[in-house]
Write a protein that binds this ligand. Structure first.
Ligand SMILES: [Zn+2]
Length: 190
C-alpha cells in the first residue's frame, strides 16, 4: 500500500512535468491507478489454516505488497478458492508451488520452535510461490537465504535482486494474460 501510494505520487509528479498531460493528471484518481503499466496481478491467499501464524502471514504478504508492483497478495474472500493456501504444521517450513503464483505454504513449527522469525519465514515461503529459489547459504539481507542466515536474522524483506526477480516474473502478466511457465511442482524445503 505504501509503495503503491508513493508510485501514484511519483506518477503524478512525472505527469505534471509534461504540461500537455496536466489535465489528465488532474482527472486521474489518486492512488490506485498510476497507469496501465502499474496493473498488478492479484493473487489471493487463504491464511485461515495458519493458526497462530496468521498475523505473521498477513505481515509477510504486506511486505511483498510494499516491495513489488507487478503482483499483489490479497486475502481471499470467505468461501473463495485462493491461489495460495497457508497452513501451520509441525514440520519444517516449506512451499509447494503448483505454478507461478499458486500453491501451498506450510509454516512449520519445527523452525519456529528453534527460534526462527515467523514473519521472515512467511515472506520467504511466499517468495517461493512468487517464483524465487532458495539462495543458501546467504546473508541476512537476502530473504531467500532463509534459515542459513541463522535464528538471529529477523529480516523479512526481499533485497533488491529478489524484488527485481519477482517484478520480472509477473511483469506483463496482469495485462496480457500470458501464461507463465510452472517453476516446479516439487516441495521447496525451507
Ligand atoms: Zn526456501
Amino acid at each position: 500500500m505504501h509503495v503503491r501510494t508513493l508510485t501514484g505520487g511519483l506518477a503524478a509528479v512525472l505527469v505534471m512535468s509534461f504540461p500537455l498531460l496536466g489535465g489528465q493528471a488532474v482527472a486521474a484518481p489518486s492512488g490506485d491507478t498510476a497507469g496501465p503499466s502499474a496493473a498488478a496481478r492479484v493473487l489471493t491467499y487463504d491464511a485461515s489454516g495458519a493458526a497462530e501464524f496468521r498475523s505473521a502471514v498477513d505481515r509477510g504478504a504486506a511486505i511483498w505488497n510494499e516491495s513489488v508492483d507487478t503482483v499483489e497478495l490479497r486475502p481471499a474472500a470467505s468461501g473463495q478458492r485462493a491461489d495460495i493456501r497457508v497452513l501451520a504444521d509441525s514440520g519444517w517450513p516449506r512451499a509447494l508451488p503448483t505454478s507461478l503464483g499458486k500453491g501451498t505454504v506450510y509454516i512449520g513449527r519445527q523452525a519456529v520452535n528453534q527460534g526462527y522469525n515467523t514473519v521472515r519465514i512467511s515472506s520467504h515461503e511466499l517468495g517461493h510461490i512468487l517464483g524465487l529459489p532458495d539462495r543458501k547459504p546467504g546473508p541476512c539481507s537476502s530473504l531467500m537465504s532463509g534459515s542459513s542466515a541463522g535464528t538471529s536474522c529477523t529480516n523479512p524483506y526481499p533485497n533488491a535482486a529478489e524484488r527485481e526477480e519477482v517484478e520480472g516474473n509477473f511483469a506483463g502478466a496482469a495485462s496480457t494474460g500470458t501464461p507463465v511457465p510452472a517453476p516446479r511442482a516439487v516441495p521447496v524445503p525451507g
